[in-house]
Design a protein around this ligand. Structure first.
Ligand code: NDP
Ligand code: 2IT
Length: 445
């Protein structure tokens, strides 16, 4: 890293103390950008890096709500509006007890480059709360979402900031938040994406992140003259992204043998029955270990990290940040894994990601491989503006085209800046180029 880039990173660390996930995300991007800064001194003169690492606006707020027993709780919530050079702030909302400013900043920062890669007009932002939705009743979830939106509504809008789902926020939560936004403002607009199909949601949004991750991985495999056909696949997590990554990989002829949640993982040599996982997770909202009660051939192992000990050809980490570390990467490599595509945001630690690249394992970084979700969110915004609905096939084809374009632009940028095949550098550079050009053109704002 050059002295200049090092100094930008040092300032980020000083200004945002005790936020290791944010530092990690910034460090990875800045490392990739060194050759770009060397060949484009005008970016340094315009302080593009200093500006891009500082959110345009950060909103912190209190969310008071009452549980079913009448007890009052107070959660903390955030919306970080990171960069609007390419369009309205766009990015999900996460409800998880681990949420704090550093998590939302890391996610919002990633979102800038990811959204740029989609080719659609979306800036970067992210929100969330340390609220834990696990074990809450529907009415508790509704009251929390309404209280959350009662503050957030004044900061968002179809042309300013458009939230969506993330961990702990799916169709149910988006529906409750949309209802409260409409009640407070009187506006029926596309202010959130991931809405129900009956009130402005897009077909394929539910499937988009998982499908997109597999489409991206398929392009990587194609580059090596192979495909998903006949491959053994491990998918971590069992939420929205994991379920639809499983579905598409299976449709393309692979066999998914392991899935997980934060408590442990299931393994089945003959392949995991997706319909059973959907029933457990999407309908009954139960733990993954319940799966083995229905499927005697499967086994459950306590502890989610052990999933990377399972021998596989392709690994799709689709749960959460830093879930796959250097040791797990070593195990996957020695077990013959040939490709890793990140369905989650930053699931691989830096040493894991570096180990994959160094050992010739095809590696699709999250901001490229999981961009399908926000891409179809962008398509949902387009449909809302048109007041039209597109059918499943055309929306899925659009998603597929966006994912192959991201693969192409990331590969080309990696090659052009001297690290052919390194899609971490390629995605960071390709995403950054468009944002930095827009920032230059828009002057000092
Ligand atoms: P869900 O809430 O639907 O599912 C999350 C899954 O990850 C669950 O299986 C959950 O297990 C597991 N998980 C969550 N936190 C942890 C943890 N600390 N340790 C181990 N496992 C954990 O979320 P999504 O599927 O939507 O999101 C998964 C990942 O994909 C996240 O990184 C998200 O940012 C990213 N992503 C999501 C997109 C989307 O469209 N939804 C788009 C792009 C990226 P448990 O139930 O036990 O908590
Ligand atoms: O991380 C992500 O890209 C998301 N959670 C989806 C964001 C969106 O606006 O659809």
């Amino acid at each position: 890293m050059s002295g200049y880039i090092e100094s930008v990173l040092e300032t980020v660390k000083k200004r945002n103390p005790n936020e290791p996930e944010f530092h990690q995300a910034v460090e990875e991007v800045l490392e990739s950008l060194a050759p770009v800064i060397n060949t484009h001194p005008e970016l340094r003169d315009a302080a593009i890096l200093e500006r891009i690492v500082e959110p345009e606006r950060q909103i912190w707020f209190r969310v008071p709500w009452q549980d079913d027993q009448g007890k009052i709780h107070v959660n903390r919530a955030f919306r970080i509006e990171f960069n609007s050079a390419l369009g309205p702030y766009k990015g999900g909302i996460r409800f998880h007890p681990s949420v704090y400013a550093g998590i939302i900043k890391f996610l919002g920062f990633e979102q800038i480059f990811k959204n740029s890669l989609t080719g659609l007009m979306m800036g970067g932002g992210k929100g969330g709360s340390d609220f834990d939705p696990k074990g809450k009743s529907d009415s508790e979830i509704m009251r929390f979402c309404q209280s959350f939106m009662t503050e957030l509504y004044r900061h968002i809008g179809a042309d300013t900031d458009v939230p969506a789902g993330d961990i702990g926020v799916g169709g149910r939560e988006v529906g409750y938040m949309f209802g409260q936004y409409k009640r407070l403002t009187g506006l029926f607009t596309g202010v959130l994406t991931g809405k129900g199909l009956d009130f402005g949601g897009s077909l394929v949004r539910t499937e988009a992140t998982g499908y997109g991750c597999v489409y991206f991985c398929e392009e990587m495999l194609k580059g090596k003259g192979t495909s998903f056909e006949g491959k053994t696949v491990t998918v971590s997590g069992s939420g929205n992204v994991a379920i639809y990554a499983h579905e598409k990989a299976t449709q393309l002829g692979a066999k998914v043998v392991a899935m997980s949640d934060s408590n442990g993982y299931i393994y089945c040599e003959s392949g995991i029955d997706l319909a059973a996982v959907k029933q457990l997770k999407e309908v009954e909202r139960k733990r993954i270990k319940e799966y083995v009660k229905m499927h005697k051939a499967a086994k459950y192992v306590e502890g989610c990290g052990g999933i990377w000990d399972v021998k596989c050809d392709v690994a799709l980490p689709c749960a959460t940040q830093n879930e796959l570390d250097g040791e797990a990467a070593k195990t996957l490599i020695s077990n013959g894994c040939i490709a890793v595509a990140e369905g989650a945001n930053m699931p691989c630690t830096p040493d894991a990601a570096k180990a994959f690249v160094k050992n010739g394992v095809l590696f699709g970084p999250g901001k490229a491989a999981n961009a399908g979700g926000v891409a179809v969110s962008g398509l949902e915004m387009a449909q809302n503006s048109q007041r039209l609905h597109w059918n499943f096939e055309e929306t899925d084809q659009y998603l597929h085209r966006i994912m192959t374009d991201i693969y192409t632009s990331s590969s080309e940028a990696a090659e052009k800046y001297g690290t052919p095949g390194n899609l971490i550098n390629g995605a960071n550079i390709a995403g950054f180029m468009k944002v930095s050009r827009a920032m230059m053109a828009q002057g000092l704002v």
